[in-house]
Design a protein around this ligand. Structure first.
Ligand SMILES: Cc1cc2nc3c(=O)[nH]c(=O)nc-3n(C[C@H](O)[C@H](O)[C@H](O)COP(=O)(O)OP(=O)(O)OC[C@H]3O[C@@H](n4cnc5c(N)ncnc54)[C@H](O)[C@@H]3O)c2cc1C
Length: 357
C-alpha cells in the first residue's frame, strides 16, 4: 500500500532540528501525547510523528517548506480547547503548535486595533485592551484557555456574539504562512475594504486547512458602559424561548442573552458547586447582560427586561450587579463543556442555529 503522505524520517527530523533548535522539536511519546488530542476527547487521539514549536513567522515558514518538500501533513495546534477535533493530527506527520508565539505586539489607540501573535490567550488580550480602556469583543466561553489564533481559525462565537458578532467580525488583518512557506498579508489596520475577493474572511474559520495564521490585527471596541447580569428562571422552555425574541426586540442595549437548559444547569452546578435559584423547578434559564451608559439608564433597562420576563412567565428575576455574583452565575454557563466531559468523556457537542422567529 502506498502512503498518501511521507513519513517523518530521521533526516526530516534533523532538518526540523537544525531549523528550529532542539528545544523546539519533540519526538518522544510522552512529550507528544498532549498534542494527540483536544477537547473532543482522548478517545479520538492520534499521536503525531513530531511536534514543532516555532517562535516566529520565519520558523513557521521553515517548517512549511520542509513539510512540503517531503509531503508531510501539518496540523496547526493552539490551546486544544476545540471540540471538533481540528487540532488532532489525523494523518500523523507534524503538529505545529503556536504556544511559543504568544506576544501581544501592539495596542494602537489611534487605529483602535491590537496586533497579536496567534498563541495569545484570548483573555490576556481582553485584559490588556481593558487596561488601555478598550474592549476586545471576541469572547468564547473558553476565553481563559483558548487562543486568539484558535478563535480566528474556528471563527469562535461566544456570549457577546449577539452584540458584536463572532471572531470574523473583529479581525481586520492577518498574516498567513501558506503550505510551502510563502507569506500572505491580508487586510490590516483598516475598516473599509471594498476591492476584490476577501481572502482574510476566507481564512477565518478555515481551521488550519489553508495555512498557518502567524499574526492577527483585531478591532477594539470602546468599553461598554455599566453592566448588570439578570438570571431568569422559567418553568417551561417555551416561556424562555418566547421571552428571548421579545427581549431582543425591546431596543435596550444587550451584551449577552444566553439560554440554559435544566439538565445542563443541574450537571454544571454540581461541577462548579454553585446552585442556581429554582434550578429544580425551572426547565430553562436566561442569562442576560444589560448595558447602560449610566446607573439610571441601566436600572431603567434592567426593569424593562425584568418586567417583560415576568409577563412571559418568569418565576423570578435575579439581578447581579457586582463582580462576584456575576462571576458565579456566569461560571455555570462557562463550565458546561467541562462538566459534561467529566460526566461523559465520549460526548460530542455541537451548535444548533435557528432564526429568532
Ligand atoms: C469550556 C469550553 C467553552 C467553549 N466555548 C466556546 C464558545 O463559546 N464559542 C466557540 O466558538 N467555541 C467554544 N469552545 C470551543 C473552542 O474553545 C474554540 O473553538 C476555540 O476557538 C479554539 O481555540 P484553541 O486555541 O483551543 O484552538 P485549538 O483547539 O488548538 O485549534 C482549533 C482549530 O484551529 C486551528 N488552528 C489553531 N491555531 C491556528 C493557527 N495559528 N493557524 C491556523 N489554524 C490554527 C487548529 O488546527 C484547529 O483546527 C469552547 C470549548 C470549551 C472547552
Amino acid at each position: 500500500m502506498t502512503r498518501e503522505y511521507g513519513a517523518v524520517t530521521r533526516e526530516i527530523l534533523d532538518e526540523l532540528l537544525s531549523a528550529l533548535g532542539k528545544n523546539r522539536v519533540l519526538s518522544d511519546h510522552d512529550g507528544m501525547e498532549p498534542y494527540s488530542w483536544d477537547e473532543t476527547g482522548k478517545n479520538f487521539a492520534v499521536l503525531p510523528e513530531v511536534v514543532v514549536k516555532p517562535g516566529n513567522t520565519e520558523d513557521v515558514r521553515a517548517v512549511m517548506r520542509i513539510a512540503q518538500k517531503h509531503r508531510i501533513p501539518v496540523t496547526a495546534s493552539a490551546a486544544r480547547s476545540g471540540v471538533a477535533g481540528g487540532a488532532i493530527p489525523l494523518r500523523r506527520g507534524i503538529v505545529l503548535t503556536t504556544e511559543k508565539m504568544n506576544r501581544i505586539l501592539e495596542v494602537d489607540p489611534v487605529n483602535r486595533t491590537a496586533t497579536v501573535e496567534p498563541g495569545v490567550i484570548t483573555n490576556d488580550l481582553c485584559k490588556v485592551a481593558a487596561e488601555k480602556g478598550y474592549l476586545y469583543a471576541g469572547s468564547p466561553m473558553s476565553t481563559f484557555t483558548s487562543t486568539v489564533g484558535g478563535n480566528v481559525a474556528t471563527n469562535a462565537g461566544g456570549a457577546k456574539g449577539i452584540r458584536y458578532g463572532s471572531t470574523r467580525a473583529h479581525v481586520l488583518g492577518l498574516e498567513v504562512v501558506l503550505p510551502g512557506g510563502d507569506v500572505l498579508s491580508l487586510g490590516g489596520k483598516i475598516r473599509k475594504g471594498t476591492w476584490g475577493y476577501d481572502l482574510k474572511d476566507l481564512v477565518v474559520g478555515s481551521e488550519g486547512t489553508l495555512g498557518i495564521v502567524t499574526k492577527i490585527v483585531v478591532n477594539l471596541e470602546p468599553m461598554p458602559g455599566r453592566t448588570a447580569d439578570l438570571l431568569v428562571p422559567f418553568r417551561t422552555i417555551g416561556e424562555a424561548v418566547a421571552a428571548t425574541s421579545k427581549i431582543l426586540a425591546l431596543g435596550v442595549s444587550l451584551l449577552s442573552c444566553e439560554y440554559l437548559d435544566q439538565p445542563s444547569v443541574l450537571l454544571t452546578s454540581r461541577y462548579v458547586k454553585y446552585v442556581y435559584p429554582f434550578q429544580d423547578e425551572a426547565e430553562a434559564f436566561l442569562l442576560i447582560q444589560v448595558e447602560g451608559k449610566d446607573e439610571e439608564t441601566l436600572e431603567r433597562d434592567c426593569d424593562k427586561v425584568g418586567n417583560l420576563c415576568y409577563d412571559e412567565g418568569a418565576i423570578e428575576v435575579f439581578v447581579a450587579d457586582n463582580r462576584s455574583d456575576s462571576a458565579d452565575i456566569w461560571s455555570v454557563r462557562q463550565n458546561y463543556a467541562e462538566a459534561l466531559r467529566v460526566k461523559d468523556p465520549y460526548f460530542v457537542s455541537g451548535d444548533v442555529l435557528v432564526p429568532l422567529s
